[in-house]
Design a protein around this ligand. Structure first.
Ligand code: UFG
Length: 345
C-alpha cells in the first residue's frame, strides 16, 4: 500500500474518478461525502471498476466534531484531496451565505484537524474562475487574481488564501497544492461513473447529452456575438480522467517531498481552447446524432474566452492531458446512454 488518502466529496463527479485512479495506483482510500450531490451507489461502482471498496463515511464537513472524530478513528492519513464543496455559479448568486458556510467552514475544519492529527498534505480543488477574464491568453499561474464574478468564484479565491495563510503559519508541517481546473467534461471509459447533475443541468456537456437523448428539447447556445472566431465562448475542456490523474501526481509529489514550496498551484487544462460550436460538432461526430440547438442571448457572468498555459504543470508535475475533445464527448454520451438504460430497468 502506497499510503492512505482521505478524499472529501469522493462520490462526486471528479472525486469518484480520482478515487478510482488512487486505488489503481495502490493507495488506500477513505471517502467522506454528505451525498448532497451524489449517490451512495457510486461506492459500489468504484468497487466494480477497481475490485476494491473504499471506506465510506457519510457526513457533512461543516460538522467540526464529526471531522475530529474521523481523524481520531482513521489514523495515519498521508494526505487529503479536498473536493467537497458547492459549485453552481448561479446558485451561489442566489444563496451566497450557503456557499460561504459550505466551502469555507469545511476547509477550516479540515485544516484544524490536519494540524491536530499531523496530516501533512492537502490537494485543493480550485478553479480557473480565480482569473476572471484574463488580460493575456493562454493564462498562466502568475496572472493576477481578478475580482470574482460570483460568490462561488470568491470562495475559491478565499480558500486558496486560507490555505496559503495556514500553511505558512504551520511552518512546514503541512504542504498544499491547489489545482486550478479548467472545464472538466467526459466520463470514465467503464461507463460506470460520470457526471449526474440533479435537475436541469447548468453546464454545457450534460445539457448537450441530455438534449441528445431527448430529455431536454433544445440546447440554448448562450451568445454567438463574442469576439471569437465563431462568436461563441471559448473554454479549455479537459477529460475528467486526465484531471483525476493530475491529483495523483500532485499527492505523489508532496508525499515524496518533490514539491518546491509549501504551497503550490497549477493550471490543470489541455492548453487548447474550444468554442461551444466546436463541442456541439464533436458531440455530433461521436454520437452520430444531430443536436437540436438555437442561439440565444448571452448568459450573465460568462467570460468570453479562457484557456490554460499548462507549461508549469507539464514541466513541474510531469503531467500532461492525453485525451482529445472527441474522447470527452464520446465518453460523456456513453455515460448518458448507460445512465438512462439503467433508470429504465
Ligand atoms: N453554455 C451554453 N449553453 C448551456 C450551458 C453552457 O451555451 O446550456 C456555454 C456557456 O455560455 C459557456 C460554455 O458553454 O460559454 C461553458 O459553460 P459551462 O456552464 O459548462 O462552464 P463555465 O465555463 O461557465 O463554468 C465552469 C464551471 C465552474 C467554473 C468555471 C471556470 O461550471 O464551476 O467553469 O471557468 F468556475
Amino acid at each position: 500500500m502506497k499510503g492512505k488518502i482521505l478524499v472529501t466529496g469522493g462520490t462526486g463527479y471528479i472525486g469518484s474518478h480520482t478515487v478510482v485512479e488512487l486505488i489503481e495506483q495502490g493507495y488506500e482510500v477513505v471517502i467522506v461525502d454528505n451525498l448532497s450531490n451524489s449517490e451512495r451507489e457510486v461506492v459500489d461502482r468504484i468497487e466494480k471498476i477497481t475490485g476494491v471498496k473504499p471506506k465510506f463515511y457519510e457526513f457533512d464537513l461543516k460538522d467540526q466534531l464529526k471531522v475530529d472524530q474521523l481523524f481520531a478513528t482513521e489514523t495515519g492519513i498521508n494526505g487529503i484531496i479536498h473536493f467537497a464543496a458547492s459549485k453552481a455559479v448561479g446558485e451561489s448568486v442566489q444563496m451566497p451565505l450557503v456557499y460561504y458556510r459550505n466551502n469555507l467552514v469545511s476547509l477550516v475544519n479540515l485544516l484544524e484537524a490536519m494540524q491536530k492529527y499531523n496530516v501533512p498534505n492537502i490537494v485543493f480543488s480550485s478553479s480557473c474562475t480565480v482569473y476572471g477574464q484574463p488580460d493575456k491568453l493562454p493564462v498562466d499561474e502568475s496572472a493576477p487574481i481578478k475580482p470574482a464574478e460570483s460568490p462561488y468564484g470568491y470562495t475559491k479565491q478565499v480558500c486558496e488564501n486560507i490555505l496559503r495563510d495556514s500553511i505558512r503559519a504551520f511552518a512546514g508541517s503541512v504542504h498544499g497544492i491547489a489545482l486550478r481546473y479548467f472545464n472538466p467534461i467526459g466520463a470514465h471509459p467503464s461507463g460506470l461513473i460520470g457526471e449526474l447533475p440533479r435537475g436541469v443541468p447548468n453546464n454545457l456537456m450534460p445539457y448537450i447529452t441530455q438534449t441528445g437523448y431527448g430529455i431536454r428539447e433544445q440546447l440554448s447556445v448562450f451568445g454567438d456575438d463574442y469576439n471569437t472566431p465563431d462568436g461563441s465562448c471559448i473554454r479549455d475542456y479537459i477529460h475528467v480522467v486526465d484531471l483525476a490523474k493530475a491529483h495523483i501526481v500532485a499527492i505523489n509529489r508532496m508525499i515524496s517531498g518533490k514539491n518546491k514550496a509549501d504551497f503550490e498551484m497549477f493550471n490543470i487544462g489541455t492548453g487548447n481552447g474550444y468554442s461551444v460550436f466546436d463541442i456541439i460538432k464533436s458531440f455530433e461526430r461521436t454520437s452520430g446524432k444531430k443536436l437540436n440547438y438555437k442561439v440565444v442571448g448571452r448568459r450573465a457572468g460568462d467570460i468570453e474566452q479562457i484557456w490554460a498555459d499548462t507549461t508549469i504543470a507539464n514541466n513541474e508535475l510531469g503531467w500532461k492531458a492525453q485525451l482529445t475533445i472527441d474522447d470527452m464527448t464520446r465518453s460523456a454520451w456513453q455515460w448518458e446512454l448507460n445512465c438512462r438504460e439503467k433508470m429504465q430497468k
